[in-house]
Design a protein around this ligand. Structure first.
Ligand code: BG6
Length: 494
């Protein structure tokens, strides 16, 4: 499906996100014929840059990060002539008026019907003033639609998120705001819905009668890299928990929506977030949530520094680089089923995986006590491998009655010719077409913050529970105890 004609404004056009993700996404959409011919992109940033310099930045970004490579010179020129740059101080209203004039010229040149998409790849503190100046500078007085796409972190806690939201809402309506959670743009995350609702044999089992527990792991091998300044204030709970993990959890736990439309799906997701059982006290937080910070360690023979030695990190920092939690979803479907979630920096494997562990057979009547059956598992691999597998028990070939677990494996990313679109590609495409299904609505964001804030509050009161783990390991042992208390263990990640 092709997008309608539009001008894309990339605020933060000289930054990392634009270079690594946004320009490559625009080029991939163009190459796939998903972008209307009547489009233009205006890169906006403070730094002065000539049109030529900007266009050569784009070429570099595509060379380095895009799954398509630029073709011959004439094709490239045809693409890149749609790009212009505007150096702008976002507090200067005059600059926005100039931007307006520049936009109108481009709209006329490419016959663009006045649709404008503002992508703020900026620090959230700036969202409010940019929105305000877009309005004051006349950027929203066009004949088409206006949409605002914003990046995380959406606030630091509920209170700051509310403030941010109020500022934005003075200018944009909720349905014009597209809050990015790039995990929702991942192929396999979107596939969860299809696996669940299009297969007769999963949905009937998808409840507390048949499922023993669900495990969600977002493991990263990288440390904080050069983002120490941001990360030391955020920590794993805010960086990955409040958004990506809880969003994945909602996709796994939600009820089937009445229609496959954005609002119906998001209505169901928000119900899950509202059903998360809040930890009633700080003690309850400590019983159910483990946090850790990496110390010096090794990964594939390479020595890794401790978190406290990282650049721009407080040498006495108590920020968590890992957390694991036992979460309860209090509704009829999930009562009694623990959801275990975990994420961490400098773990041994880069992986996003969901494991659904099914309950055992009633009793081992048929096979006798001799056999200890492994539970059935459904494993959804989100990245970097994409696919699903089901672990079942079967007779060991050649034996009389020995049983062994075997995996029925479907590896999507192994299939020749499958090159899943990048999350940003899909999300940009969706936002331009006005499909907000895979963007987070304000009530989702606020419910997620309410849940997370209680954990953060307990942690602020007392930091004695901060565990440590060597970089390159699977996190603190305390995280294993969380499951052991319930008679479970983390399933090894492949
Ligand atoms: C971002 C976090 O949202 O997600 C980063 O801020 C993290 O800290 C990244 O590394 C992980 O994303 P992905 O797509 O590589 O799993």
């Amino acid at each position: 499906l092709q997008t309608p004609g539009a001008v894309f404004f990339i605020f933060g056009a000289t930054g990392d996100l634009a270079r690594r993700k946004l320009f490559p996404a625009i080029y991939s959409l163009y190459r796939e014929g998903k972008l209307a011919q009547d489009f233009a992109v205006i890169g906006v940033a403070r730094r002065p840059r000539t049109q030529e310099e900007f266009r050569s930045d784009i070429r570099e970004s595509i060379r380095e990060f895009c799954r398509y490579q630029a073709g011959d010179e004439s094709e490239w020129i045809e693409f890149v002539e749609h790009f212009e740059y505007k150096s702008l101080d976002i507090n200067n209203i005059g600059g926005f008026r100039e931007l307006r004039a520049q936009t109108e010229v481009l709209e006329e040149k490419f016959h663009i019907p006045g649709n404008r998409l503002f992508y703020l790849a900026l620090a959230p503190e700036l969202f409010g003033s940019v929105s305000f100046n877009l309005k004051e500078g006349g950027m929203l007085d066009s004949t088409g639609w206006n949409r605002l796409v914003i990046e995380k972190p959406f606030g630091y806690d509920l209170e700051s998120a509310e403030k941010l939201n109020e500022q934005i809402r003075q200018v944009f309506k909720e349905e014009e705001v597209y809050r990015i959670d790039h995990y929702l743009g991942k192929e396999m995350v979107q596939n969860i819905e299809v696996i669940r609702f299009a297969n007769a044999f999963f949905e009937p089992l998808w409840n507390n009668k048949h499922i023993a527990n669900i495990q969600i792991t977002l493991g990263e091998t990288v440390g904080v890299e050069d983002r120490g300044g941001y990360y030391d204030n955020a920590g794993a709970l805010r960086d990955m928990g409040q958004n990506h993990i809880l969003q994945l959890l909602t996709m796994i736990a939600m009820e089937p929506p009445s229609r496959l439309l954005a609002e119906d799906i998001r209505d169901e997701k928000v119900k899950v977030l509202r059903s998360l059982r809040p930890y009633a006290s700080s003690d309850e937080v400590r019983e159910n949530v483990v946090r850790g910070q990496y110390t010096q360690g090794l990964h594939k023979g390479k020595s890794l520094p401790a978190y406290r030695q990282e650049d721009k990190v407080d040498p006495e920092s108590n920020t968590e680089t890992y957390f694991a939690a036992r979460v309860s979803v209090d509704n009829f479907r999930w009562a009694g089923v623990p959801f275990y979630i975990r994420t961490g920096k400098h773990l041994p494997v880069k992986t996003t995986e969901v494991v659904v562990e099914f309950k055992g057979m009633p009793t081992n009547v048929y096979l006798g006590q001799k056999h200890k059956l492994e539970p059935n598992l459904l494993v959804i691999r989100v990245n970097p491998m994409e696919g699903i597998y089901v672990k079942i028990n079967a007779k060991k070939p050649g034996s009389e009655s020995d049983i062994q677990p075997l995996a029925m494996d479907f590896c999507q990313s192994c299939m020749i010719g499958i090159n899943s679109p990048e999350a940003y590609e899909r999300l940009l495409h969706d936002a331009t077409r006005g499909d907000s299904t895979y963007f987070t609505r304000w009530d989702e964001v606020s419910s997620a913050w309410s849940f997370v804030d209680r954990i953060a509050k307990a942690w602020r009161e007392d930091s004695s529970d901060l565990a440590s783990y060597p970089a390159g390991s699977w996190g603190p042992v305390e995280a294993d105890k969380l499951l052991a208390k319930d008679g479970f263990h983390w399933w090894p990640v492949n």
